[in-house]
Design a protein around this ligand. Structure first.
Ligand SMILES: Nc1ncnc2c1ncn2[C@@H]1O[C@H](COP(=O)(O)OP(=O)(O)OP(=O)(O)O)[C@@H](O)[C@H]1O
Ligand SMILES: [Mg+2]
Length: 291
C-alpha cells in the first residue's frame, strides 16, 4: 500500500471553507489539494508528481487517483497543465526531450515508470485520444486493425475482421462506414474521424482511455455522440478526459479535478465541484470569472 501524501497545509484542515489566499496558494509547493484525490478502488495512482520542461515547472506536487470504471474530468484555465498531467499517465511525455517527470505512478499497483516497462505495451493498456482527430493515412479498416496486428491480438484474418467490426460498433461508427472500410480514414467527417480514433484506441482492449479535449474540433451533434459513447465505454473502461467545456465535464464525469497553474487545487464528485466548490479558485473558474 502506497503512503498517502502528507497534508501539510494547516489552513485547509477542517476548515475548507476558508481557503488560502490565492497568491499565497499559487506560490507554495506544499499546498494542500482540497477534496478527495484518492479512490477506494484506484485503477491508476499518481503520487507527488512534478513535471518540468527544461527549467520551467509545469506540474507541482500533484497526487491523484483515477478510480476503476469512473470518468474523471480534468478542468482548468489554459496552460494549467491538464495535458501535461494526462500525458504522464501513459508516458507520452517521454517523447518530449525537454520534459522531465518525477513522482510515482501505478496501474493496478504496478509501477509504470519501471526500467523494464515496455512503453508500447503501456500505451496499449492506457490508450489516448487527442484533441484533433488524427487517423493514419490508411484505410478505415487498417486504422483499426493496425494496433491489434502489432500486438498479435488476432490469429487470422477472420479474427482481425471481428476485432475491427466490434471496435467500430462500440465506437458507434460501424453502420456509417461498413460499406467503405477500404476507403481512407482521412476522408471521413471530423466527428466520424474522432469516432474512428476511439475505435482505434479500443481495438487493442485498453484498460484506461485518456482523452485530451476529444470534442473541441466537433460540432454539437458529433459532440453529443462522443459523450454518449463515453458513458457507454465507462462500463468496461476507466476514462480520464480533459475538457474546456464545463457542461461536458458535468454531463460525462463522476469526478472532477480542477487544476490551476500546475497545481491540483480541488477534486471531488462532479456535482459538488459544480454546485458547491470549496476553493475560491475553483469557484472563480466555474462561475466564469477567469479562465
Ligand atoms: N512541449 C512543451 N515544451 C515546453 N513547454 C511546454 C510544452 N508543453 C506544455 N508546456 C508548458 O507547460 C505548461 C502546461 O501546459 P499544458 O499544455 O499541459 O496545459 P493545458 O492545461 O493542457 O493547456 P490548454 O488548455 O491550453 O491545452 C504551459 O506553461 C506550457 O507552456
Ligand atoms: Mg491541453
Amino acid at each position: 500500500m502506497m503512503e498517502r501524501v502528507q497534508q501539510t497545509d494547516t489552513a485547509g484542515i477542517g476548515d475548507v471553507k476558508r481557503p488560502l489566499d490565492i497568491r499565497e496558494h499559487v506560490e507554495r509547493a506544499d499546498y494542500q489539494t482540497i477534496g478527495e484525490p484518492f479512490s477506494g478502488d484506484a485503477k491508476m495512482t499518481a503520487r507527488n508528481v512534478n513535471v518540468y520542461y527544461d527549467e520551467k515547472q509545469a506540474i507541482t506536487n500533484v497526487s491523484l487517483d483515477i478510480g476503476r470504471n469512473e470518468v474523471i474530468a480534468m478542468i482548468g484555465p489554459s496552460g494549467c497543465g491538464k495535458s501535461t498531467f494526462l500525458r504522464t499517465l501513459n508516458r507520452m511525455n517521454d517523447i518530449i526531450p525537454a520534459c522531465r517527470v518525477e513522482g510515482e505512478f501505478a496501474l493496478d499497483g504496478e509501477d509504470i515508470y519501471g526500467a523494464d516497462q515496455d512503453t508500447v505495451l503501456l500505451r496499449a493498456r492506457v490508450g489516448m485520444v487527442f484533441q484533433k482527430p488524427n487517423p493514419f493515412p490508411k484505410s478505415i479498416y487498417e486504422n483499426v486493425a493496425y494496433g491489434p496486428r502489432i500486438h498479435g491480438l488476432a490469429h487470422n484474418k477472420a479474427e482481425l475482421d471481428e476485432i475491427v467490426e466490434d471496435s467500430l460498433r462500440r465506437a458507434s461508427l460501424f453502420n456509417e462506414v461498413k460499406d467503405q472500410l477500404d476507403k481512407p480514414g482521412t476522408g471521413l467527417s471530423g466527428g466520424q474521424q474522432q469516432r474512428l480514433c476511439i475505435a482505434r484506441a479500443i481495438a487493442v482492449s485498453p484498460e484506461v482511455i485518456l482523452m485530451d479535449e476529444p470534442c473541441s474540433a466537433l460540432d454539437p451533434i458529433a459532440t453529443a455522440r462522443i459523450e454518449e459513447l463515453i458513458d457507454e465505454l465507462r462500463e468496461n473502461y476507466t476514462i480520464a478526459i480533459v475538457t474546456h467545456s464545463m457542461q461536458q465535464a458535468a454531463r460525462v464525469s463522476q469526478r472532477t479535478a480542477y487544476f490551476h497553474m500546475g497545481k491540483l487545487i480541488e477534486v471531488g464528485e462532479t456535482k459538488q465541484i459544480f454546485t458547491m466548490p470549496k476553493h475560491e479558485l475553483t469557484e472563480n473558474y466555474i462561475t466564469g470569472r477567469f479562465g
